[in-house]
Write a protein that binds this ligand. Structure first.
Ligand code: 2AM
Ligand code: CA
Ligand code: CA
Ligand code: CA
Length: 263
């Protein structure tokens, strides 16, 4: 399927930032690193990638607004359109030489996510989605996995640093998913995890404490792959509640039920 002009702009920006990340990944030991919060590191590589994306998108659509992990919100004259950007999802992996990291860019129009790109330069995997147009990994159209039983399902999650204070019910949830599923994966890059749900690699995913830039592109991808995404209450308020549950229809329903179980 042909990409729209705006999706092409996003792909160019993500790949240019991805090439910068790939170069820095080759010499991570030389990067300056600082700690922003509990378990939340940032490096020159994150900032450089964000600057590349900002410059590319600003050039192509000068009026649009921005929400970026490292630089925050930048209001444009067009408040109806907003880019939501994670320049490097999986910074901890990146800094440890683990090739599970990605660039994530989403476009929101009037509060609705209409396009998304996630690019893992280490594996050269480019995920693209447009609302109503499906989701692709490189040139291949994606569908969520067909497995319908939790006992067969591999479920992704992110384990929050206890110092972030949002973990609440998390250890109980972890225990119950350990009991009900075929296995749990913790890969350390939330945007990629969501892309993996869209690709049918993970049957489901849940996490409690994510930011819009971790989720925006991946949410669209899962929907376009025929999957279900909700917040922890079953609503669509993922950005404000920070929680997300995803899978095909059956696994999403089963995950919601397991996540509500007591110990
Ligand atoms: P990041 O690498 O872009 O910071 C790792 O636990 C996963 O959770 C990554 O996708 C990471 O994104 C994300 N994450 C979201 N909020 C975080 C936080 N406050 N601290 C660390 N990782 C966070
Ligand atoms: Ca971060
Ligand atoms: Ca992130
Ligand atoms: Ca990041």
């Amino acid at each position: 399927m042909a990409r729209s002009a705006v999706l092409n702009v996003m792909v160019q920006a993500a790949m240019k930032a991805g090439r910068s990340l790939a170069r820095d990944f080759g010499e991570v030991q030389n990067l300056q690193v600082s700690l922003k919060g509990p378990g939340d590191y940032v490096s020159q590589a994150d900032r450089k990638a964000e600057q590349i994306i900002f410059t590319e998108l600003k050039k192509a659509r000068p009026d649009y607004s921005f929400l970026m992990e490292e630089s925050g919100a930048v209001e444009g004259s067009d408040a109806q359109h907003r880019w939501i950007i994670d320049p490097l999802d999986g910074t901890t992996n990146f800094l440890h030489g683990i090739p599970m990291f990605a660039v994530s860019i989403a476009l929101e129009r009037q509060g609705q996510i209409v396009a998304g790109v996630i690019y893992n330069p280490a594996m050269d995997e480019l995920y693209t989605a447009e609302r109503g147009g499906g989701v692709f990994l490189n040139d291949r159209r994606l569908r969520v996995a067909a497995r319908s039983k939790m006992v067969d399902a591999v479920i992704g999650t992110g384990i929050p640093h206890i110092g972030r204070g949002h973990h609440g019910h998390y250890l109980v949830e972890l225990r119950n998913i350990m009991a009900d599923s075929a296995g749990i994966r913790r890969m350390g890059a939330a945007a990629l995890d969501l892309a993996y749900v869209a690709a049918g690699r993970l049957d489901g995913f849940w996490e409690d404490d994510l930011q819009p830039w971790d989720m925006a592109a991946g949410i669209l991808m899962i929907r376009e792959a025929g999957g279900f995404v909700s917040d922890k209450n079953g609503g669509q308020d993922m950005f404000d509640t920070k929680g997300i549950v995803a899978g095909n229809e059956a696994i999403h329903r089963a995950l919601m039920a397991t996540l509500k179980k007591p110990i």
